[in-house]
Ligand binder design. Sequence first.
Ligand SMILES: NC(=O)c1ccc[n+]([C@@H]2O[C@H](COP(=O)([O-])OP(=O)(O)OC[C@H]3O[C@@H](n4cnc5c(N)ncnc54)[C@H](O)[C@@H]3O)[C@@H](O)[C@H]2O)c1
Length: 271
Amino acid sequence: MQNRIMITGAGSGLGREIALRWARDGWQLAMSDVNDAGLQETLKLVREAGGEGFVQRCDVRDYSQLTAFAQACEQKLGGIDIIVNNAGVASGGFFDELSLEDWDWQIAINLMGVVKGCKAFLPLLEKSKGKIINIASMAALMQGPAMSNYNVAKAGVVALSESLLVELRQQEIGVHVVCPSFFQTNLLDSFRGPTPAMKAQVGKLLESSPISASDIAEYIHDQVARGEFMILPHEQGRMAWQLKQKNPQMLYDEMANMADKMRAKAKSGKD
Ligand SMILES: NC(=O)c1ccc[n+]([C@@H]2O[C@H](COP(=O)([O-])OP(=O)(O)OC[C@H]3O[C@@H](n4cnc5c(N)ncnc54)[C@H](O)[C@@H]3O)[C@@H](O)[C@H]2O)c1
């Protein structure tokens, strides 16, 4: 029976809601984050929801912290059945404004954090014939303007997931990748970018979502049970992705118009 799940970035937002969704099924949870207070709050909520488990501070940039976390899962839970590479940060800014440090920071967390999570937990997943759930973003598929470093990191998560889907089939390890559009969480707190105006624009997009982090966790739970590889929780996202596959140029033109508007707004000093 599979009943042990590990989640990175579990101290807030989507990671917390995923923890609560699996807790309601009575799973044992291994939860990590760099936010200790957030982790303690998630643990409390998990217990109230019927789950059990432990929390461990773990920065996904540091491979040795991830291998130590995997070791703790083996010692405390006897292994792991699902890993959720969810920890992530937000960024924005036009390519000419982003520094190479902005790129390094974004790639280290949002892409290499997922690579390292998969690598550190692979031996345990081989034993359990478990599942990997990687949290990417619609940004991976749509490449919206003024967020090239985020787009590239998340596109990398999709490419990694596709690679693992193919490579790990023989070991009977399932792979899923989740591409949500914007939704309201604390993601803006981690925002890094060259201008406050860009941060305000991202804030507005987060607020605009018709669905919550809890709805998204529910959708992921359902789609993983159905064995769906590419999970797109927003209806608008599913439509946009279909459209792009049929007519990519139309989407590029749309994104270019959006970029023009954003630059014009930035020039006029409005947010
Ligand atoms: N909110 C959105 O609109 C949205 C859209 C698409 C994808 N996502 C993705 O969903 C995932 C969860 O984000 P969220 O929206 O719940 O944001 P959030 O900020 O509420 O949660 C992210 C968590 O990751 C943790 N974290 C950040 N850096 C870390 C590190 N180096 N090591 C370990 N933990 C770290 C944070 O402390 C935080 O608790 C992210 O990968 C994000 O890119 C979010």
